[in-house]
Design a protein around this ligand. Structure first.
Ligand code: NDP
Length: 432
């Protein structure tokens, strides 16, 4: 039986709003950034004049060139995922008691992707600025293509599930939205969620960050220091992600959220369009910060990315060594929590209650949000839209912390209560 994450009413409301508002929002964000100088007021003025018909007019048709770019990129990433060597990694035990096996070749795929992209630009084979010039069409194609992809996932979940971590909750809409399978595969080895979340979604973030930089260079003949700080911080963040990709396979996205519209659409459409948007904004806003300010922002951003990484590393090291590690120079304090799997087996997990995980139950979200702030702040404060990702991320992570707390409470019962008594705050120590 598929586990639903929110109540059916919240699921319907969020599904309807996601379907109704997110695709137009992606197009409006692109249109405002690229054609209205990043100004919400200008876009608003356009709609006052043109009404709803204005949206149809600006909505780009998914052209052949857009499909070609998406297809070549997707096929290249899929080939790297399948073919590059990597060590064998076992994922966490699933709710049905399975242990999925992965090939950890993300960092190699990341470097091969960036080297290939820069190489084809350098040797004049393909100009990345073309991607920026067709961005609206690409986002439009992704919006429709991902919807079809999610329908196929739903059908696969019914017809040919890859493991016992699958099943229907009996409601078609909820099945489509939250997904049928935890880790669907093509064959034994090609993991679809690793492809959508990591190799397509997260990789597109790095590829587009580089694209925006190259486009600004093409327009102005140089790259502004604000764009450099933004691009470097985003690349450090994505490098950190791929460095730690096998760790990501232990997180909620992979270990708990099923492959449905919510997560797949998010990774295939929202990540390339919204997550990269501070860089998209900077293309037409070559702000000069001056060396000193640029370096301060850069250092602050790298520090936040490092702390975020260290939080994840600490938790995973603690779990990997079964608590036999040092946390901030001492033996970790912990709770031994037992729980029952869906197949009725009793298992135990360790909950770390010292180090970063003793400050708040989801302290790692604080440096995550601050990192995003630091790669956006080079845009300064002319247009609030550049900050949309930071605002969105803050809402997402506060909701996620609640979802995770609810899930862990139902998984660990009295042990989670004990953890909450020991570590009182959910995200911000002393405040929330
Ligand atoms: P994680 O899945 O890594 O951590 C939460 C899980 O860890 C819980 O579900 C629980 O799983 C286990 N856990 C909880 N408390 C403890 C503890 N005290 N000791 C040991 N294990 C514990 O969280 P996220 O997936 O949310 O985050 C992973 C990373 O991804 C973070 O760096 C985050 O900032 C980033 N992120 C970024 C997003 C973005 O859009 N930019 C979105 C979401 C995350 P179990 O069932 O195993 O006990």
């Amino acid at each position: 039986m598929a586990e639903t994450v929110h109540s059916p009413i919240v699921t319907y409301a969020s599904m309807l709003s996601l379907l109704a508002f997110c695709p137009p929002f992606v197009i409006l964000l692109w249109y405002t950034m690229v054609h209205q100088d990043g100004s919400v007021t200008k876009t608003f003025g356009y709609f006052m004049e043109n009404g709803v018909q204005g949206l149809i007019t600006i909505w780009p048709k998914p052209t052949m060139i857009a499909w070609n770019i998406i297809f070549c990129y997707g096929a290249f990433e899929a080939a790297l995922q399948l073919l590059l060597p990597g060590r064998r990694v076992e994922g966490p035990i699933s709710p049905a008691g399975n242990r999925p096996v992965y090939k950890a070749n993300g960092l190699a795929a990341y470097f091969v992707t960036l080297a290939t992209y820069l190489g084809i630009w350098w040797f004049g084979i393909f100009n990345p600025a073309i991607v920026y010039d067709h961005l609206g069409e690409i986002f439009s194609a992704l919006i429709f293509g991902s919807l079809i992809f999610c329908v196929l996932l739903y059908i696969k979940g019914h017809v040919s599930p890859s493991s016992s971590d699958s099943g229907s909750c009996g409601n078609l809409i909820i099945d489509f939205y939250w997904g049928m399978e935890l880790y669907p595969r093509i064959g034994k080895n090609f993991d679809i969620k690793v492809f959508t979340n990591c190799r397509f979604g997260m990789m597109s973030w790095a590829v587009l960050a580089v694209t925006y930089c190259i486009k600004q260079y093409e327009i102005n003949g140089k790259v502004s220091d604000s764009m450099l700080v933004n691009t470097i911080l985003m690349l450090v963040y994505v490098t950190k992600f791929f460095w730690w990709e096998a760790g990501y396979w232990n997180t909620m996205d992979i270990a708990h959220d099923r492959a449905g519209f919510y997560i797949c659409w998010g990774c295939l459409v929202w990540v390339p369009s919204v997550y990269t948007s501070p860089g998209m904004y900077l293309v037409n806003h070559p702000v000069e910060l001056g060396t000193q300010l640029a370096i301060y922002i850069l250092v602050a951003g790298i520090l936040c990315i490092y702390i975020n990484y260290d939080c994840d590393r600490q938790r995973q090291e603690f779990r990997r060594t079964n608590g036999k590690c040092s946390v901030w120079g001492r033996a970790p304090s912990k709770i031994v929590a037992s729980y029952t799997t869906t197949s009725g087996e009793t298992k135990t997990s360790l909950l770390l209650t010292s180090g970063w995980w003793g400050l708040a139950r989801h302290f790692h979200y604080v440096p995550e949000i601050l990192s995003a702030f630091f790669w956006t702040v080079p845009a300064l404060f002319d247009n609030f839209l550049a900050y949309f990702y930071v605002i969105f991320l803050t809402i997402l992570l506060f909701d996620r912390a609640k979802r995770d707390d609810d899930r862990c409470r139902s998984k660990y019962g009295k042990y989670w209560k004990l953890y909450c008594e020991k570590v009182k705050y959910r995200i911000i120590p002393g405040i929330y």
